[in-house]
Write a protein that binds this ligand. Structure first.
Ligand SMILES: *Cc1c(COP(=O)(O)O)cnc(C)c1O
Length: 421
């Protein structure tokens, strides 16, 4: 559920009229609901009640510092995947002991940055990374707390580009080699093994792949303990899916996910970490855009918006579906007609939807892309020299711009013409 609902025929973000924000900020813009972010974080936190746990928001899904501050103040940790994300987490006031560092390609500079600033743990994904981390930590007179990310060879049955737990995927170490690599880790001077990490993919709509993966993690925990390792923490990754349409099958609830965790690994006495991204941020955000033209093509109608693939990449990148609704609620009984909904970028890939059934719309009308909070603004670019899309956060009847739209001058000022030109 979210907090973007019609009230008196107008789409609201909590208690704020989205058309009002559009008139102040211009379009396109992202808008996030603090109440939805809070609610989704708490659902996970409550789902793990009774177990020693930390919910680490996967900030690659939505990394605005204001959003991180909001979640951090609720007690969230964060999962970061780059030095830039680490710096954002710290800028939001999140202490190092609540930051976990994931990713297959951590550089030595990023390792040193996190060891220097404080880190809960590194989720290490390969032997070369393990060796590099040991060297960096020893060189600093430090010890790096780690889990090894194991690849359980489980098919998450999700989109090809976001499945991560099969043996052909680039992530983690093969679970069959885990005992050998843990033995190696235990011998390294700059490393302290504290647990196991697993993350099998994103937008999972069934609990079965989690169950298979966590069962393997439980077996591995017992095996590694028998080998003499202290396994006190399990990082179970993120990946729980969200409904992108009103009428699709409801994905599993965080509470059912929590029960599954209790059932599969709850008796091991480990501290539990999870790294949800999309389920916290996805339905907490929308993208608002204005209709520029309604163009009658030869065999179809094109709705041309002022938002484009550079603002919201998911449809072009994953073929993703977003519900698109007018800011003025359609009157009951109006006739819907199929339209292709496109942006102004000079690529045919800049298409948000084909033959989408839409109520009557005309130039100047406002529409909202639902479920755009995750992997939306963070993937935006300035392709076609379209200034980076702004972000707005709403809380009750308050709203604030949390990232302004750059001016053309801001955008151009980043380029430098060399003296010799
Ligand atoms: C992307 C990612 C997540 C979050 O995935 P969601 O599907 O957004 O919940 C968590 N952990 C890791 C390591 C990731 O790469």
């Amino acid at each position: 559920m979210d907090h973007f609902l019609y009230r008196d025929g107008r789409l609201m973000a909590e208690d704020v009229d989205l058309a009002q924000i559009a008139s102040e900020v211009g379009t396109p813009f992202y808008c996030y609901s603090a109440a939805t972010l809070t609610r989704h974080f708490r659902l996970f936190d409550e789902a793990l009640a009774g177990m020693d746990h930390l919910v680490c928001f996967a900030m690659k899904s939505l990394s605005n510092v204001a959003v991180l501050k909001l979640l951090g103040d609720l007690g969230a940790g964060v999962d970061v995947v780059s030095g830039g994300e680490y710096a954002r987490a710290r800028a939001a006031g999140i202490p190092g002991e609540r930051i976990v560092f994931s990713g297959v390609g951590k550089t030595r500079e990023e390792m040193a940055q996190a060891l220097e600033g404080g880190i809960r743990q590194f989720n290490v994904e390969s032997e070369p990374e393990l060796l590099a981390l040991s060297e960096v930590a020893s060189g600093m007179g430090a010890t790096a707390p780690i889990t090894l990310r194991v690849n359980p060879d489980v098919d998450a049955q999700t989109h090809e580009k976001i499945a991560t737990g099969r043996k052909e995927d680039k992530f983690g170490i093969p679970i069959a080699r885990a005992r050998e690599i843990y033995a190696e880790a235990a011998r390294l001077p700059g490393i302290k093994v504290i647990g196991i990490d697993v993350h099998i993919g994103s937008q999972l709509t069934s609990l079965a792949p989690f169950e298979a993966a966590y069962g393997k993690v439980a077996d591995l925990t017992r095996q590694l303990r028998a080998d003499g390792h202290e396994i006190s923490r399990l990082d179970l990754g993120g990946g729980l899916g969200i409904p992108y349409t009103r009428d699709n099958l409801a994905p599993p609830l965080p509470s059912d996910y929590g029960d599954l965790i209790r059932r599969t690994v709850g008796d091991l006495g480990c501290e539990i970490e999870i790294e949800p991204g999309r389920l916290i941020s996805g339905n907490a955000g929308i993208l608002v855009s204005r209709v520029i033209y309604v163009k009658e093509g030869e065999d179809r109608t094109f709705l041309i918006l002022d938002a484009a693939m550079n603002d919201l990449l998911r449809p072009a990148m994953y073929g993703a579906h977003h519900d698109i609704v007018p800011l003025v609620e359609p009157a009951p009984g109006v006739e819907y007609a199929p339209m292709d909904i496109v942006g102004p970028v000079c690529e045919s890939g800049d298409t948000f939807a084909k033959t989408r059934s839409m109520p009557p719309l005309k130039a100047g009308d406002l529409v909202a892309f639902r479920s755009a909070g995750a992997y939306g603004a963070v993937m935006a670019s300035e392709y076609n020299s379209r200034p980076l899309v702004p972000e707005v956060l709403v809380h009750g009847d308050h709203s604030a711009v949390i990232r302004p739209r750059p001016t053309f001058d801001d955008m151009i000022a980043r380029d430098i013409i060399p003296q010799w030109l």
